[in-house]
Design a protein around this ligand. Sequence first.
Ligand code: BES
Ligand code: MN
Ligand code: ZN
Length: 489
Amino acid sequence: MTTVRLNSADPVSIDTDALIVGFRSGQDGPVPAVGAQALGSAFGGKLAASLDAVGFTGKAGELAKLPTFGSITAPLLVAVGLGDSPDLEALRRAAGAGVRSVAGQSKAALALPADTAEEAEAVALGGLLGAYTFSRYRTDGDQKAPVAELTVLSGQGEAVAERASVLAESVALVRDLVNTPPSDLWPARFAELAEQEGGKAGLTVEVLDERQLKEDGYGGLIGVGQGSSNPPRLVRLSYSHPEASKTLAFVGKGITFDSGGLSLKPSASMDWMKSDMGGAGAVLGALIGIARLGLPVNAIGYLCLAENLPSGTAQRPSDVIHSYSGKTVEVLDTDAEGRLVLMDGIARAAEDRPDLIVDVATLTGAQIVSLGWRTAGVMANDDAVRELVVEAAGAAGEGAWGMPLPEELRKGLDSAVADIANLQPERWGSMLAAGIFLKEFVPDGVRWAHIDMAGPAYNKGEPYGYIPKGGTGAFTRTLIGVAERHASI
Ligand code: BES
Ligand code: MN
Ligand code: ZN
């Protein structure tokens, strides 16, 4: 695990393997950003011109490496672009890309704008998130080790480094869980890890096994999990603060592998479905983060864990489930399983009488069709709640966009035999129809928001900014932000 500290050392003389330096894009080429100006004279005034010569302009996303030939103590200078008017997310991304590019080195220092606590936190956090690697399954030694020690050049105090580390460790845990193959992460194993990691952070953790789930009437979790020899679990994590006036509940979709069940997915859509537990991961990571930061709220997390496989015991299209809420659900498509585990989780969460329920899920391919890989859809039964979640995501630098829940879509979920069907006959508006389905399980008077992050949870492409390939840990930090915001209203 990478460590970070803050230090107001001089970038010219700091003892490090690589110095990561921020540049803005100016009219006539790259301009050293705050924190980097001291380097101008060390390179005889030629640094910006040299970068210009290698085609570096300072635009966001750009990165250039230069040897320093002894002009400064660090042997390697990594210039990162911040764009023309950098915000906190530009700092996180530039720091992340810079640190990622020096994997294999043991020490790196970051000379980016870090005068304020917010800026210093953004640089530290971006750096830590960018340092993440997942090498547990590599024996070939091909993958470089993450940078061990980061130094953010800033006059800010250690509290900033501590907060950034808590956030980064929460996200790293989620990324690890998402990246872990389903052969090593099934519902009971996930529950065990939640007990272990949640326990370390001081959370109270309760686990319902398949026998208790059956007894208590969690028909959705049982139905989805019954095709697998790895039975389902429902994990309840709780954190309370003596001065809290608000109680929040988070509910995460935790399908440790989604084959589609008897409504089997084609191979090309299946090979990354180990990531279908990203919502439960985010809820676990957020609860741990909230507890470690000591936020003044009460927070409860539910992890709805099941493995969706086809077998002789699997649920069939046309089966009818008795959900925890009492409503009956006709399963028209076993691949629309996320909503079946969430409906039980949401109904259970409502019994805690929270002020707000937020569920988070890799729920529909339609989210990716509508908003792409990097922007989650946020739906809610209350405009202010939807805005709160979108705003928290914006502040965390996570893409999110408010989406409607049009009443007329409810009719498409009518079932010929049960109270509701889990699928509408047409594919148009499927992300919203899934939201409408979930809303049916939120009791009247309970404020609720739903985050569909099918795209953002997993990066199938190349790394960018502080986002690695594979599990991203998406929405862990947003949920922590929701708790921070909710604590103060
Ligand atoms: N886990 C998938 C959704 C998904 C798709 C997540 C792509 C991440 C990337 C979900 O369980 C699913 O299969 N949804 C179906 C629903 C359909 C049958 C109504 C879908 O979106 O195709
Ligand atoms: Mn599915
Ligand atoms: Zn799924």
